[in-house]
Design a protein around this ligand. Sequence first.
Ligand SMILES: Nc1ncnc2c1ncn2[C@@H]1O[C@H](COP(=O)(O)OP(=O)(O)OP(=O)(O)O)[C@@H](O)[C@H]1O
Ligand SMILES: [Mg+2]
Length: 399
Amino acid sequence: MDSPQLERLSAWLRDHPLAVDAGLAVLFFLVFSVVMGAGSGSGDAAVFGLLLSVPLVWRRRAPVAAASAVVLLGLLQLVLASAPLLPADVAALVMVYSLAAYAPRWASRAGLAVGLVAAGLAALRYYSSYYEPASLVFMAGTIGVTVVAAWALGDLRRARLQQVAGLEERARLLELERDQEMRLAATAERARIAREMHDVVAHSLSVVIAQADGGRYAGQADPAAATSALEQISATGRQALTDMRSLLGVLREDGGREFAPQPDVAAIDRLVADVQASGLDVDLIVEGAPVTMPAGPQLAAYRIVQESLTNVLKHAGPASRAWVRLQWRPDALEVAVLDDGRGAAAAVAEEDGPVPSAPGHGLLGMRERAELHGGRLTAAPRHGGGFGVQAVLPYRSPR
Ligand SMILES: Nc1ncnc2c1ncn2[C@@H]1O[C@H](COP(=O)(O)OP(=O)(O)OP(=O)(O)O)[C@@H](O)[C@H]1O
Ligand SMILES: [Mg+2]
């Protein structure tokens, strides 16, 4: 037999414990009942041999029930059988082993205790049959030692099985953990791409639309204004295209390629100027001395200002002003974008509008960005009217 066949055989044996135990029980019956029992020449040996081999079939599947059956048969034998000990009583040792290996802890201990009591009872029975005083202690001792040995072997088997189960469980958990990590990484990456797509595309389109609307009105009276609006539109479109390209580059992941640098806090200057050029009256206020920050929170600050200004263009109403304030505090950069537009009324107006708007992704993305870098963000209509977005971005991420 070559090794794949051997492997298949051992796998089959592992997967069919009941069939294996049934085979062993038949073997047990043949050896201890038919061969050895016939040798002793008594009918008891054959009958009890048959009865005792039956519970062995379930020694692993239902060890406690099988052991109980063997105990009952042992008691019957004590009362009914003519000989004090039969070859098939080895079944009791097999059950002590099986309880120690496969049954719950309490049943394993009970198996040992009952086995030792049975050793005493068997010795007493032997003594009362033959009346040899020295034999009582010797018999009890001998049977007791075999019981303890069977139990110890079973206990070793249990330890080995537990070790294997522990290893298998560990391997399973590791695999699960790896799967989960991969899924989490994929989800985080998707959310990141969605945020970038949203901010780049929505902002540029809003600016382009504002410019186009402005240029359309200005065009009749002031052709120069229309030309500058068109210039602004093409500049915004080109910038958006560049941003999209770098985003698509990230999606493609041709390892090691350098992508266009992402905008940082310093680029907020230009951003505000661009939005100003598209017709919104917006001021930039910087307080404190700039601190060097990692690229991640810098991009977050830029995108938060970008989306907030886009929202002002979209939701605040035509005659509104906005303020962008950057405060370099000792431990964190505080970003605020405020306006004096429609504020809370904007949502109501949009609800009633001709095109029911889907719930936006802008605020959600801004909040995710701030939290990603250990900061927080609040966005709500302001008390005196208008809308306010405030974000705190720590210089050092807690993680
Ligand atoms: N400056 C603002 N003035 C008034 N309302 C605002 C302002 N900013 C946001 N809102 C309100 O908050 C809502 C959510 O904004 P959010 O940016 O999440 O979505 P959106 O701008 O409608 O869509 P998207 O950003 O996905 O294109 C807006 O629909 C609007 O009602
Ligand atoms: Mg928005």
